[in-house]
Design a binder for this molecule. Structure first.
Ligand code: APR
Ligand code: ZN
Length: 298
């Protein structure tokens, strides 16, 4: 990695921000780090004990749904204990048209997150004046989506029967009695109970085995068509707390730059491709992002 550091001047970033018309943010696990959710590849990443590739695949689920459900149950319980941090709140505030009108007049903004923890959605929900009438999902293609959770959601539960395919939001804790307390085993890397599939989460419509509604390795992320249109027209891409190693998200910043847009990276450490960024703000995004967006509370 080169030792050249791109611009870290907040004032010149503010000038670029104020002139941008189509802004996207691409977020990763570092956005939620300050909330207490471990990242995948940085310090404290719990994937090091439990290899992401080995658990986050359709094959792993087919071979051992009990283990994979215990892992996702652990992540659901963790996410439920955590709160959005100032970086989530800054992005949520920036999603508000009235607030953005001051910082980047007549601009659009969409947050594209790889995170499945639901914290960005909770941050949006907690902003009282959150723009009414704007669909925060990609459902309505014509309206600008505010938030795209491209890797799915820990609290989505999806039927494994292709004939059914029922999907529902489920915040129940624990999701089924058989998973209660198993997060302790996972945390301690202890021996784990084998839960019969009949006691694992089942589809509420057809009774088939249900799976976590997250995008596993080898599966296609959500909203790719919508995202590709947003990337094509973006003139500013804000990259927050991602190692930029997992595609397609890792490629969005350079696509924006390729057609003349600017890129600003917010990361605790150096990350993949950041030497090409126009701006690089090294440090915790829960501090740098509110400041850079002009939303810092003093
Ligand atoms: N502020 C800013 N950046 C931070 C912070 C923080 N407080 N804490 C950690 N980071 C940075 C790390 O330096 C690292 O570059 O966040 C990044 C987290 O990277 P990963 O753990 O690789 O997470 P992510 O990029 O989201 O991973 C992408 O990989 O395992 C899959 O599907 C999973 O969505 C995930 C995808
Ligand atoms: Zn079903």
């Amino acid at each position: 990695m080169s030792t050249y550091l791109p611009n870290d001047d907040m004032a010149s970033f503010s000038r670029v921000l104020s002139k941008s018309k189509h802004i996207i943010a691409v977020a990763g696990a570092g956005l939620s780090a300050a909330s207490g959710i471990p990242t995948f590849r940085g310090a404290g990443g719990f994937w090091r004990k439990y290899d992401a590739i080995s658990l986050a695949t359709p094959e792993a689920f087919r071979n051992n749904p009990s283990r994979v459900w215990q892992f996702y149950h652990y992540r659901r319980e963790k996410a439920l204990q955590c709160e959005p941090n100032p970086a989530h709140m800054a992005l949520a505030a920036f999603s508000n048209k009235q607030i953005r009108e001051v910082l980047a007049p007549r601009s659009t903004f969409t947050l594209i997150t790889q995170n499945v923890d639901g914290l960005s959605r909770r941050a949006l929900d907690s902003i009282p004046s959150s723009v009414p009438g704007i669909d925060i999902d990609a459902g309505a293609i014509d309206s600008q989506p505010v938030l795209l959770e491209m890797h799915g959601r820990l609290f989505d539960v999806v039927c494994t029967s292709s004939a059914c395919g029922h999907r529902e939001l489920n915040f129940t804790s624990p999701i089924v009695p058989a998973l209660a307390g198993t997060e302790k085993f996972v945390e301690a890397a202890d021996i784990e109970p084998e839960i019969p599939t009949t006691d694992l989460p089942r589809c509420s419509k057809c009774g088939a085995l249900a799976r976590p509604g997250v995008v596993w390795f080898g599966e296609v992320p959500h909203y790719l068509d919508v995202i590709s249109k947003l990337v094509d027209k973006a003139d500013l891409c804000i990259v927050v707390g991602t190692s930029s190693t997992v595609y397609p998200a890792a490629g969005y910043a350079s696509e924006v730059q390729d057609h003349g847009g600017k890129v600003a990276v917010f990361n605790l450490d150096r990350s993949e491709g950041d030497e090409d960024a126009d701006f690089l703000f090294l440090g915790p995004c829960e501090k740098t992002l509110p400041a850079a967006l002009g939303l810092k509370k003093d």
